[in-house]
Design a protein around this ligand. Sequence first.
Ligand code: PLP
Length: 325
Amino acid sequence: VFSLLSFRARSKGVLGLIGNTPIISLKRMATGAKANIMVKVEYLNPSGSLKDRIALEMIEEAERQGVLRQGYTILESSTGNTGIALSLVGNVKGYKVLIFETIPGTMSEERVKMMEIFGARVKLVRPSMSGKKDQSVDGAEVELPGRKKCKELEATRHNVWWARQFSSRANVSAHKKTGREILTQTNGRIDAFVASIGTGGTLMGIAEVLRKEVPQAKIIGVQPASSRIPIVLDKPYPRSEISGGIIAEMLERKLIDEVVMIGDREAVRFTHKLWKEEGLFAGVSSGANTLVALKEARRLGEGKTVVTVLPDSGNRYIRDLHYIT
Ligand SMILES: Cc1ncc(COP(=O)(O)O)c(C=O)c1O
């Protein structure tokens, strides 16, 4: 089976490197927690984040449906990772890619450069960050102006396809694969799963698999403390044509057991711990995920396992605010 899988992966070129990421246990950071904390190293995907999975799935699903054809331009609004992933996957498949890149505050030019290197055209959108309690970025919210632009273009041009990651079923099904990988890698021994919520695709895809195969596992979502629309379990989440699709459905279907709000400072502190104590050069949502996973591991105790993901690479944050100590 292994050689068949690796043959398939090789024949797909770089796209065969997407997914099947390793999972490892935390060592120094887990001191004092009796439960095992396992992190799935999603920043090892080829463009540096778990969004490679959804870029591939959304594009291939659109190809199957015939709504994306050669000569078309792929559109998306992004704060970074999805834009970079669509640029890589779209470009190697021969499409043009146009990303409305939202750059909050001083966020790094490196992201824009990466998209351009992969062949995309990038238009900058400056969001309003006023009224936010801290500087953390909730992609689901700050990307809205870019999504309006995608919608306008979609309405006026026939040869464009908007990936619509916030509501795409392919976003969720891409992460059902992540969920199945986690099941195999842990032999189904999972007591809790933690993931931060942007579009909600990661949490919902993995939760769909876990609810079926390991129904007792607790599903915990993480949201930036600065979110303007906090997720409340028994309250409907606002859904419109340009926002909220996956999150609203996830709440309606009661796929989450708990939502934890994490502030930027705490997330950055834990990201630095991942770098320094574990040698894992992950991004800031990884710090937030690990902090929540560690709290849960302390609560669960001996013989239990908490799983989380490290969504993107630390190289996205080298030049910006995340050097707060
Ligand atoms: C760094 C990072 N972490 C976590 C997430 C959350 O992932 P999802 O959109 O699948 O909820 C995203 C994307 O929004 C992200 O870019």
